[in-house]
Write a protein that binds this ligand. Structure first.
Ligand SMILES: Nc1ncnc2c1ncn2[C@@H]1O[C@H](COP(=O)(O)OP(=O)(O)OP(=O)(O)O)[C@@H](O)[C@H]1O
Ligand SMILES: [Mg+2]
Length: 272
């Protein structure tokens, strides 16, 4: 017998692609009869494995459209989506998704809501239940496993939806403005909580937000989008080390970056 083809990389070798997500020259125009709404133009971005990346952009610039394309719910007119080096344009079931509204099923308990993705992926055993209960406890939701969504506050529902995404077997998480419906104080608590959870798991995350501060607090890199049709105006590296200190927003460099991004966004809003 001849030698086996060398398909398995040797220990320590770099995988073919370390990018959890690559979006290449993506374009999308919605067409209704004769009206055309260009939503995205020539979007190229990536998320490295274990990286937390944000998309920051004005309302209506195509952020949710981008997420729907990455999730395979919409087909782009141009460009492609790759995950772990594999072409996945138009394919569903590759991402863990946390929508703006928690979208919990009212007839399922908290525990059964967070186990949903595992159930769809092929079944829930005692180990999965134990893992889910462990994460709910870390999320400050211990003791509420058998509660139904209407018995939970908005912040608790968001945390439940996040744990559900965390337990999904897909590695890449897409979070579409998950905290926009919360009041400022709860939102700030949730941001700190998300940071802690992420620092423990280091999942690959693409996070959508309108908030400059939120993007700076959470991300390692930020893509700033233009008005519709969305294009990448700027890409910035966020220089703060992790774990991030609680008072990061008072750091002069943080304040400088926040002002610079705010100026860019104001300039973009005033563009004719
Ligand atoms: N199915 C559709 N048919 C036609 N137009 C659409 C459709 N979905 C979105 N659009 C349009 O595409 C543009 C981008 O919408 P999208 O929801 O992606 O924006 P967004 O950046 O997520 O906005 P927001 O920050 O307000 O959530 C908007 O002008 C919207 O009206
Ligand atoms: Mg949106």
């Amino acid at each position: 017998m001849g030698a086996k083809p060398d398909t398995i990389p040797s220990a320590g070798a770099e995988p073919a692609s370390a990018q959890a997500l690559e979006v290449l020259r993506l374009g999308k125009t919605f067409r209704n009869g004769r009206t055309e709404v260009p939503a995205l133009r020539d979007i190229t971005l990536h998320v490295a494995a274990g990286e937390f990346v944000s998309v920051l952009g004005p309302s209506g610039c195509g952020k949710s459209t981008l997420f729907q394309i990455i999730g395979g719910l919409l087909h782009p007119d141009a460009g492609s989506v790759r995950m772990d080096g594999e072409e996945v344009t138009g394919k569903r079931g590759r991402i863990a998704y946390m929508p703006q509204q928690p979208a919990l099923f009212p007839w399922r308990t908290m525990l059964d809501n967070v186990l949903l993705a595992r159930e769809i992926a092929g079944g829930v055993d005692a180990a999965a239940r134990e893992e889910a209960a462990g994460w709910l406890t870390k999320a400050g939701l211990g003791g509420y496993e058998r509660s139904y969504p209407h018995m939970l506050s908005g912040g608790m529902q968001q945390r439940t939806a996040f744990v559900r995404a965390l337990l999904s077997p897909q590695e890449l998480m897409l979070l579409d403005e998950p905290f926009s419906a919360l009041d400022a104080l709860t939102r700030s608590d949730m941001q700190r909580w998300l940071l802690e959870m992420w620092e423990e798991t280091r999942r690959s995350v693409l996070f959508i937000t309108h908030s400059i501060e939120e993007a700076l607090l959470l991300s390692s890199r930020i893509y700033i989008f233009s008005n519709r049709p969305g294009t990448v105006l700027h890409e910035i590296e966020v220089p703060f080390p992790r774990p991030r200190p609680a008072n990061l927003a008072d750091d002069p460099e943080f304040i400088r970056l926040r002002r610079r991004i705010s100026d860019w966004m104001t300039e973009e809003q005033q563009r004719p």
